[in-house]
Design a protein around this ligand. Sequence first.
Ligand code: FES
Length: 576
Amino acid sequence: MSTPKTDSTWRSQQWFGASGTPGFAHRSWMRSQGHPDRVFDGRPVIGICNTFSELTPCNGHLREIAEHVKRGVLEAGGQPFEFPVMSLGETIVRPTSMLFRNLVSMDVEESIRANPLDGVVLLCGCDKTTPALMMGAASCDIPTIVVSGGPMLNGSYRGQKIGSGTSLWSMADDVRAGRMSEQEFRNVESCMSRSAGHCNTMGTASTMASVVEALGIGLPGNASIPAVDARRRVLARDAGARIVELVREDVRMSDILTREAFENAIRVNAAIGGSTNAVVHLLALAGRIEVELSLEDFDRNGATIPLLVNLMPAGDHLMEDLFEAGGLLAVMRELGDLLHQDAITVSGGRVRDNVADAEIWDSDVITSLAAPIAENAGIAVLRGNLAPGGAIIKPVAATEALLQHRGRAVVFHGADDLRARIDDPDLDVDESSVLILHGVGPRGYPGMPEIGNLPIPKKLLRAGIRDMVRISDARMSGTAYGTVVLHVTPEGAVGGPLSLVRDGDFIVLDVPARTLTLDVPPAELEARRSQSRPEKRRGGYLQLFDEHVLQADQGVDFDFLVGRRGVEVTGDNHWE
Ligand code: FES
């Protein structure tokens, strides 16, 4: 039996190269899984951080993807170890998966730091799993590659393309307006979700998979290869091989996630019509990796970027179509000098190298810069006395005529109140009204759920109204659309002005001027201001969340998680 090397500088050798009782303990129990000496000889040890769960259907295929990552790691001379972390199924977890994003990030961070890992591959897919894993890994800052699970195949119903979420929202309106029966609605379920993978629209999961590629922390092609396409397995295998090289080259997450990388992600997010959720996730990730990024950076970098991708919810097609049309690489190539082409990526090449051979194969799905689907596709950041800390809107998903609007407020105090009254025939509302919902921010709900796209009152839907100005401190599903102002900061639950709005107050939305105004005199607002604060939640994780969650303009991270803490661990678990 050979003696394990002790002179390697790999972090994993602090465990596997150790002598005495600790070294014995670190190796012996691992041998129970059938590992020979060479596993401990100083080769790079790669963690495969897996969010597989049968309760996260979008990530249900990730154990198979992990096997392909392992093949790549072994081919490159590394040793893979797969480990589970908490998973979050967007459509299953209550009250909202966002409540647990930071908890998952803590699981990831502590799992990486506590174990003998030199590099890590993050397997994710469903909405929050991607930012949660990146945030946790960023706080450790070791070599890292993200492998997304890939989107589902296109949905189809009665000859029509139907997309995850987006078609659900419009059909739900059809049911409420009496245009579709409950039985038809149910029939659509299996037509929409017909293969493994995450949502096939440009919702949050596809947005974050694209952000991964745009940041350079995933391999080229990561964004759009369908989950069931063999090329997704090839990408996973390539990632396994590449992470071993990144460890050898000591290329850490902070070498990739630079200010330029974040600016690229913001600009790509605009060009693809990506989800508003990217804002809180990128702000949180930047905080972890210690890159200066503010809400204004989204407007400054993204607002004038044209929309090049014709995908639901803003357009007609789905992720499978984007892949066939050339994928995100074609979009990034088309953006040209609007991106930092010299930004380095985990592929070993710079952005310009990765996109060099990309082409647009279907101009109905990916358009040229010369003939974009829309100008000014980025997220607009609004400020004013209703949102002193900022609020956001995605103008390309809104009704143009409503982007400058003055209307009377119809106020809902929390989700239960909204549910109880939105379809009340006596609700004093018309199409010019502005629907206000507060109490659904990070602390209020808690967890800042995706309910910012308030439903249109049934009586207006029946009259043919499909959009209204809606304002809240919540988030919105990336698959949703409408003239929806989100992430109003500070949230109502911590005394934000949103909680001071009363029925009949006039609200002025002016997106071109970037303002959101409550047309009520300051003295009147002061008189309305209650000294009451929400009751503190006591006990368990909710107490931790309540006491430490930051507002939306800071990414809804926990205050004590911001920053890089590295992977140094002092002390071992056994005596010499
Ligand atoms: Fe999982 Fe949409 S529900 S990605």
